[in-house]
Design a protein around this ligand. Structure first.
Ligand code: SF4
Ligand code: SF4
Length: 269
């Protein structure tokens, strides 16, 4: 098994740039077809959850309950969401005889395979972003004579919207206040999880409570977040930056502690 820990990747992986060429092919005619969708650890970003629940036409709460499990991250002690494998077969619950059951909305990690991307921090930051091969022994696609550059692969997998939303998420998670603030309370953790992952519940929190009486939100933005999940997720980052880090990204109608009042209104429901 490849060592996919951050240190393992930095020390052992050959670094690839966008112009590096590699050979790989995948398709239903491969003898290993679907085997890569068994017993895998897939971390889901907020945007992965948005796309998957959209592709499955599910409410976000139902999607999270049925297909994911949540752990606490080691560093910031915030919830992190993983795709849950079937307990008996260890298959991804979304795999079908003809491939991925949510292919057009599959998560970032499934699109990127057989590549990974690293952006080292701290003492290794000088290396900058690089790509690397993930070579699962069971995958026969690595020996296939079908050449791509990393750039071509990324384009062919339609990764742009994932990368754009992930950049917003990473910027939020790199906020210096994470290092200096007290750990999040249970109420803050619930708000964090709802705002970023449970988007349909977050929409009800914004639209169906006193939230919009407490905050001035531009009418066009209210309309956008009422109908568009991407707009709602971008709004969630502004809301959390205001609530957790006191950034002036939200405008209160009254000078009271509207963040706390809004959270209280959420809890009363
Ligand atoms: S194991 Fe590799 S080649 Fe086989 S189906 Fe999965 S990604 Fe494709
Ligand atoms: S989401 Fe799709 S591609 Fe990813 S592991 Fe599940 S079935 Fe495979």
């Amino acid at each position: 098994m490849p060592d996919l820990s951050e240190q393992g990747i930095i020390e052992n992986s050959a670094r690839m740039s966008l112009d590096t060429a590699f050979s790989f092919r995948c398709g239903p005619d491969m003898p290993c077809f679907n085997r890569c969708c068994n017993d895998v650890s897939i971390l889901l970003s907020p945007y992965d959850v948005l796309r998957m629940k959209r592709g499955l036409h599910m409410d976000s709460s139902q999607f999270l309950e049925k297909y994911t499990f949540t752990m606490r991250s080691r560093d910031k002690r915030v919830p992190v969401v993983f795709l849950r494998m079937d307990e008996q077969s260890r298959n991804c619950p979304l795999v079908t005889g003809s491939g991925c059951g949510v292919y057009a909305h599959r998560p970032w990690a499934c699109r990127m395979y057989p590549l990974g991307m690293a952006e080292p921090k701290g003492p290794n930051a000088a290396a900058g972003r690089f790509y690397f091969r993930v070579e699962e022994p069971l995958c026969k696609g690595h020996g296939e004579p079908c050449e791509h550059t990393v750039r071509e692969w990324i384009e062919s997998q339609h990764l742009d919207p994932f990368d754009q939303m992930q950049a917003v998420f990473l910027e939020f998670m790199s906020h210096p206040k994470w290092e200096t603030s007290a750990p999040l309370s249970e109420k803050q953790l619930d708000m964090y999880f709802m705002s970023l992952y449970d988007l349909d519940r977050f929409r009800r929190f914004v639209m169906d409570t006193r939230f919009l009486d407490l905050f001035e939100v531009d009418e066009a933005r209210v309309e956008a977040i009422a109908r568009d999940d991407e707009d709602l997720l971008e709004f969630a980052f502004d809301w959390l930056a205001f609530l957790l880090f006191h950034e002036k990204r939200m405008k209160m109608r009254a000078p009271a502690d509207a963040g706390a009042t809004a959270v209280a209104a959420h809890e009363e429901r």
